[in-house]
Design a protein around this ligand. Structure first.
Ligand code: BTN
Length: 326
């Protein structure tokens, strides 16, 4: 309910009467009063005036375990949450606890990383005080070759959460880059440990560029942040909690079939490449083909000028737009 109250107050940007909040949320006055007090203790500055109601003055800035927990509406995901102000890499930490007794659904969050890791051996620069860096430890009963699809599930959940919180147009560049206005605002690195042909554990690591206003020259044409694209400061605690709720939902759909059959249409509706010409870059070869969408295994279906279709598997190739990143 805290999430809903905040959304309502942000929308109105003025005093909202207790009565109106009760009516909109279908709850009692006491429930509103209790939740407003809880929000104040999470660092929200909310003015309460007799006969006028409540007005949001400011939101808390720091990433904080209690604030994340305060927003959390999940059943199991993130109920075990490890927060560290500084860490080497949340993926490395989640893997360390994965090797021990770490529970399914544990989330490791940090305000900054000193050895953040990206895909293809690159590093993920992780300055403090502005972004979210976190990893989820999962222990699904899953064949090892299905684990990479969880990355696409995470991209959907992130796109969904950013849309909900910031009212931005969010898309996915196959397989898992979350895009706003043609620029990447997030990176996902999934790493798994397998035992014979089954998954032992999976770590899904996500970096979200939230309130970062400057990027290095080498990446500034392709990378951006939510604040740069929306003009609004992100409440990182709330966005993370909303993401965890979306992920729990999409992930349970994924586990029903152990592939993306239930999610395929929604994924394709978010896919920036859909119906567009893309450059498929394999080793030293480059081809231009039309992207159609994904199949139930998360591979990209492409079509040549004669209408002949083939599927592209992630990890083997890199996909770019014809004129730029998307
Ligand atoms: C990419 O290259 O696009 C993936 C970047 C993934 C970065 C995140 S930040 C949280 C987690 N911890 C890491 O060391 N990496 C991932």
């Amino acid at each position: 309910m805290k999430n809903q109250i905040i959304r309502l107050l942000k929308e109105k940007q003025d005093y909202v009467s207790g009565q109106e909040i009760c009516a909109q949320l279908g709850v009692s006055r006491t429930a509103v009063w209790k939740n407003v007090n809880a929000l104040k203790s999470l660092g929200y500055e909310i003015d309460s005036v007799n006969n006028r109601g409540y007005k949001l003055i400011s939101e808390p800035d720091a990433l904080c375990e209690e604030a994340i927990a305060g927003y959390l509406e999940t059943e199991w995901l993130g109920r075990e949450l490890i927060y560290q102000e500084e860490i080497d890499s949340t993926n490395a930490k989640a893997k360390r606890i994965g090797e021990q007794e770490g529970k399914n659904g544990t989330v490791v969050v940090a305000d900054c990383q000193t050895a953040g890791r990206g895909r293809r051996g690159k590093s993920w620069i992780s300055p403090k005080g502005m972004n979210i860096y976190f990893s989820i430890l999962l222990r699904p009963d899953l064949l090892a070759n299905r684990a990479s699809m969880i990355t696409l599930v995470a991209a959907m959940a992130l796109a969904d959460a950013v849309k909900k919180e910031m009212q931005l147009q969010v898309q996915i560049k196959w397989p898992n880059d979350v895009i706003v206005n043609g620029k990447k605002i997030s990176g996902i690195l999934t790493e798994s440990s397998t035992d014979m042909e089954y998954v032992n554990y999976v770590v899904v690591g996500i970096g979200v560029n939230c309130n970062q206003e400057q990027f290095e020259d080498e990446i500034k044409d392709v990378a951006s942040s939510i604040i740069l694209e929306s003009g609004e400061k992100v409440n990182r605690n709330q966005l993370l909690a909303t993401f965890l709720q979306s992920f729990e939902h999409y992930y349970s759909d994924f586990l029903k079939t152990e592939d993306l059959s239930v999610l395929i249409d929604e994924y394709n509706s978010m896919l920036v490449n859909c119906g567009r010409q893309v450059r498929i870059i394999e080793m030293d070869k480059e081809r231009i083909l039309k992207a159609i969408g994904i199949d139930k295994n998360g591979a990209l279906i492409v079509e040549n000028e004669n209408g002949k279709k083939e599927t592209i598997v992630s990890g083997e190739v890199s996909v770019r737009g014809v004129y730029g990143y998307v």
